[in-house]
Design a protein around this ligand. Sequence first.
Ligand SMILES: Cc1cc2nc3c(=O)[nH]c(=O)nc-3n(C[C@H](O)[C@H](O)[C@H](O)COP(=O)(O)OP(=O)(O)OC[C@H]3O[C@@H](n4cnc5c(N)ncnc54)[C@H](O)[C@@H]3O)c2cc1C
Length: 294
Amino acid sequence: MKLKSSEPFWLVKNGNPHSYPSLRTNAATEILIVGGGITGSLIAHQCLEDGYETMLVDGREIAHGSTSATTSMLQYEIDTPLHTLVEKIGEKGAVASYQACHQSIDDLGKLVRKIKSGCGFRKKQSLYFAAYKKDVDGLKREFDARAANGFPVEWLDAVEIEKKYKLHQAHGGILSEQGANMDAFRFTHDMLAYNVKRGLIIYDKTKTEPLVYSRNYVTVPTEHGTFIKAKKVIYCTGYESVNMIPENFVRLHSTYAIVGEQQSQHPDHLNDTLFFGIRHDHICISVLPMINAY
Ligand SMILES: Cc1cc2nc3c(=O)[nH]c(=O)nc-3n(C[C@H](O)[C@H](O)[C@H](O)COP(=O)(O)OP(=O)(O)OC[C@H]3O[C@@H](n4cnc5c(N)ncnc54)[C@H](O)[C@@H]3O)c2cc1C
């Protein structure tokens, strides 16, 4: 599957900080993680924290999947709005899910500081705006649900958004206190390099094939004709998980991240805020403090 163009910005900016060998012999481990993007790197970190013998493999170089292509925005909002999630799974679960995501941004910040990552993590506000009038009622319902459950949010109408951010097409929006920016590619490399020193084994350029179950373990074949025996396998394969799940559960379209040069003077209200539209054809804007980040 084509996940990105050949020159995503983060690759151009960072080069390839760490390369690992491919797996050319059979191997065994307690936990095998398939996928070395930001998800696999965080799961590997937690497995090591919990004392498991852990191996991570990736079919490409590390972090060369969609992690190398992101717009660098960290938001606590998941794709399903809180008020819709409440209808689907009930208030308790929905609010707990949003609270966990809210907390995770601060947890990531702590992790960045702990491993001394150069990913330029920076806390920001975020503006979730309606680019079409017909979306304003739904967005207001979402605002009410978040405010009622104690999330730090403020409603801005079209005039306030225009005045504050010079966004002409926004008809209203939720301004949240919680959000951040970071270079996920760099963070993933830093996180994995940190954990290699603590015993994590990594093989890249090693694509796995469908596994074979046994009573107490699984055997994962690789593209090189080698096998990995593991007690547990955790798949962190991002969008490419569709290749492993038989159900037709999602339709993937194209996403574009366009990077432009910074103007020398960015007013603080642009530097300190993430912008994202409510629709699926939405636009996300984030201004990166590149000069300060590294
Ligand atoms: C253009 C673009 C912009 C985005 N912007 C944002 C953003 O601003 N904020 C945000 O939160 N999210 C954003 N995303 C989504 C983003 O990609 C994810 O949030 C995140 O990077 C996914 O990380 P991941 O580790 O789950 O997946 P990936 O980084 O895709 O990692 C999966 C890894 O699994 C490996 N793999 C797959 N199959 C196999 C196999 N069989 N054997 C071995 N290895 C395998 C792949 O090589 C890949 O390295 C964006 C996505 C795109 C495409």
